[in-house]
Each structure stands twice: as C-alpha cells, then as structure tokens.
Write a protein that binds this ligand. Structure first.
Ligand code: T4K
Length: 398
C-alpha cells in the first residue's frame, strides 16, 4: 500500500512538486551589503583571524545579548565542546543524552571521556534527570544536557543532581541561540553553554560556535586553550588547540545579529503556517513550545504516528524526497546505535525507550528565509495527499 502511494505521488505530471530541492538547514544570508562592507574592512586591515576586531566585537555583542559575563567564539561547536570538556578537566565517564547530534558524544570521545548514554523525556526530548541519577558511578565527572530544538533542559533538577554528586555541567546549546527559559536567555546555565553557529543554524557564521560562561577562571582557561595554549608570542602554558573563529565568520555573525528579530519573525511566521497546514491531518503532530520559554523555532519538528497516519516516518520522508522536499530524520539513528559506541557497548547501561521511539518517529521540515507560505502550503498539501493516497497532486483540491 505504501509503495503504491509512493508511485502515485511521483507520477503526478511526471514531475516532483518542487523543481529545486527544498532543504532543511538552508542558510540565512542577511544583509549582503553590510556583510560585504565588513569584509572590505577586514581585507583593508589585513587581519583575518586570531582575535581580530570583528571577533572581539561579536564576542561582546553576544555576551551582552545573552546577558552572560563571557563569550568565547570558536571555529565550530564540536571543537568548542571539546575545549570546554578539557578546560573542566573531565575524565572517566560523562552522562549525555543519546538523542542528540553525534557531535555531542564525539566531543567526549575525542577527549578520551566515555559517554554514558541517558534517556530523554518523551515530551520535552531533553535529558531525563531521573535517569541521570541512576547512571552516576564513582567514575562520573560531569553531565552534558542538550537543549534539543532550543527547548531548555530541566536546569534546576540537573543543577541539584550536579551539586549532590559534585559534578560540573555543560549545556550543549547548539540549537538554542536566542531561546529563553522563563524570561532568561539560554547562555548562563551550568558551568558553560556551547552554541553552534553552523551554516544550517538560523544564526550562522558559516562554521562557528561560542562558549558562554559566568566563570572568569573558566573563560581565561578557554581563551588559552583556543590559541594553542599561548600566553604571549613565545610562551605556551597549556595543551591548546586551534579553536579560533576567523574574521570573515565574525563579519557574518555581526550582520545576522543586526537582523536577528527579522529572522525570529520569519521562523515564527513559518511555524504558524505549518501549524495551520498540518491541522486536522491524523497521525502528524507539530511539536509545540511552552509559551513561557521563548523559542527560535529554527526546527519544524513533526512526529509521525504510523498507525494513525497510515505509513511510517521513513516512508513519508521518502515520499517527501520524491517531491523534492528534503525532510531530515534528526536525530536518527541515536548516538548509542552509531560507531564507535555501538561496537564498544552494544547494550546501553539502561534501556532508552523514549530515545528509540523519537528516533523512529520524528522528522524535520524546511524553514528559515529560504521558504515562505506558498512552499509551506504545498508541503502540507503533500502531507495531506500522502495520507489520503491520492493520485495526482496537480488535480487534487488542496
Ligand atoms: N550539538 C548539537 C546538538 C548539534 O545539533 C550540532 C550540530 C553540534 C553539537 C555540533 O555543531 P557544529 O560543530 O556543527 O558547529 C547538520 C549540521 O552540520 C550540524 O551543525 C547540526 N548540528 C546538525 C543538526 O545538522 P548534517 O550532517 O545534517 O549537515 P549537512 O551539511 O548535511 O546540512 C544539512 C542540509 O542543510 C543539507 O542537506 C543542505 C543544507 N545546507 C547545508 C549547508 C552546509 C545548505 O543548504 N547549505 C549549506 O551550506 O548536520
């Protein structure tokens, strides 16, 4: 039945619904003129990286926007996580959700720390504090909470657990730029938070990331580590790495920061268009956000109930791809099912039923400035027709 449906949809006029692929993660570009002016200035100064003036300006502006004492920009969030793990001196085991992008686990493994995979809350998709406590052993040195889709972790419970067991906490805030928890911006929770400014994030610096912290000592150590451990031209004081952000990346960041409200507005409008378009389709639920926690809505997350919808998430993603809608199965598979973790530890220490369920049933749909209400209407129409098993998109009423 699902196979027939797939063929039926593909057969519509012999063409997919969209002539060009519509991707999840299409970058926002911002004001080109402002960006190019900054790049001109950078070329004139001949200062391209290593704590240049644009990086310093962006660090100040991000710290002030997030209301946090320090912002240390980095070349990407994966290296930023590793720098933070090293700066906090983590060893042994660290508890981390398996329902995350694999970079979170890899950052630990690169630092020779064992990720111990924890289940998530099926409603919030964030690490489940009750499960964290069950995974703590004498080898545990820390906890990484991931603010999945920009929704804040249960920072109060995690903070209490960390205090009880004398652990430090990093929040992977890769998705959470401009998000809030009860009127407080994400950025100042835990010992440090790490943002991703990758091209696919609504606020991007091509590649890039940031560590934010209220600790002076940690910030100082992170700055040292970011530049090979140099304190001056001839003195190295620590095992550092090259974690620096380039000036051209900072130029992009400064430009997008100026237009941040507009980008948030676009995401909100797109989210509402999806909400309208998906209403009444049995088996598809658009992920909702709590009113008290401002969300950047950079991910449009839809849960597919295969029984109610009539086909499963994977088949539906195939149908969408045929129509040139490049929906993604974030996060699939879960980290504990990926290498090297699955070979090292084929059975997780505790079962991860919520993680297994989410990795099998969620998909993300395109948003950002690269799509508008018409595209979203068509995507929702495909989703409606795919369920109904209708033959021709071209002839079917909307
Ligand atoms: N922690 C979490 C929770 C994360 O989600 C991430 C990254 C990290 C840590 C690590 O952050 P970084 O080290 O990357 O700063 C993408 C991104 O590469 C990754 O940054 C992101 N999370 C993850 C959720 O998604 P892929 O493998 O799906 O990316 P990619 O390159 O296939 O791009 C996705 C789609 O975006 C493409 O199909 C097309 C579109 N795209 C992409 C790029 C790069 C464009 O249209 N233009 C572009 O320039 O991981």
């Amino acid at each position: 039945m699902a196979k027939e449906r797939l063929e039926d949809l593909a057969a519509f006029g012999g063409l997919p619904a969209f002539a060009e692929p519509l991707h999840v993660g299409r970058p926002n570009v911002g004001d080109r003129k402002r960006f190019l002016e900054r790049v001109e200035g950078m070329l004139d100064r001949r200062w391209f990286t290593n704590n240049g003036p644009l990086v310093i300006e962006l660090e100040e502006k991000v710290a002030s926007y997030l209301n946090v004492k320090h912002c240390i920009l980095a070349c990407n969030a994966t290296i930023a996580l590793q720098m933070t793990i090293r700066a906090l001196g983590w060893k042994g085991e660290v508890i981390v959700p398996s329902f995350t992008f694999v970079a979170t686990a890899h950052a630990l493994a690169w630092q020779e720390v064992t990720p111990v995979f924890c289940d998530v809350n099926p409603r919030t998709h964030n690490i489940d504090p009750a499960e964290i406590e069950r995974l703590i052993t004498p080898k545990t040195t820390g906890i990484i909470g991931v603010h999945v889709w920009g929704r804040p972790c249960d920072v109060d419970s995690i903070g209490r657990i960390a205090e009880r067991h004398d652990l430090s906490v990093i929040y992977d805030a890769a998705h959470a730029f401009a998000c809030e928890r009860a009127n407080r911006k994400i950025g100042g929770f835990g010992n440090a938070e790490v943002f991703s400014f990758h091209a696919t994030k609504f606020f991007n610096t091509f590649e890039g990331g940031a560590i934010t912290t209220n600790s002076d000592a940690l910030a100082e150590r992170l700055r040292l580590i970011r530049n090979f451990g140099f304190v001056d031209a001839d003195t190295v004081k620590a095992l550092g790495i090259n974690g620096k952000m380039s000036e051209v990346s900072a130029a992009m960041g400064l430009t997008l920061l100026e237009g941040l409200d507009q980008l948030l507005g676009t995401n909100q409008t797109n989210y509402e268009a999806y909400r309208r378009g998906l209403t009444g389709i049995p088996g598809l639920s658009l992920m909702e956000f709590e009113a008290e926690n401002l969300n950047n809505r950079q991910y449009i997350v839809v849960e597919v109930d295969a029984d109610a919808y009539g086909c499963d998430r994977d088949r539906l993603v195939e149908i969408l791809h045929q129509e040139n809608v490049r929906a993604r199965r974030y996060f699939y598979p879960a980290c504990h099912r990926m290498e090297p973790y699955v070979s090292r530890d084929p059975v997780p220490r505790r079962p991860l039923p919520a993680t297994e369920h989410l990795t099998a049933s969620l998909m993300t749909l395109p948003t950002g400035t690269a799509v508008g209400p018409n595209e979203i209407q068509t995507i929702c129409r495909i989703l409606r027709l795919a369920r109904a098993g209708r033959h021709s998109l071209g002839n079917a009423p909307g």
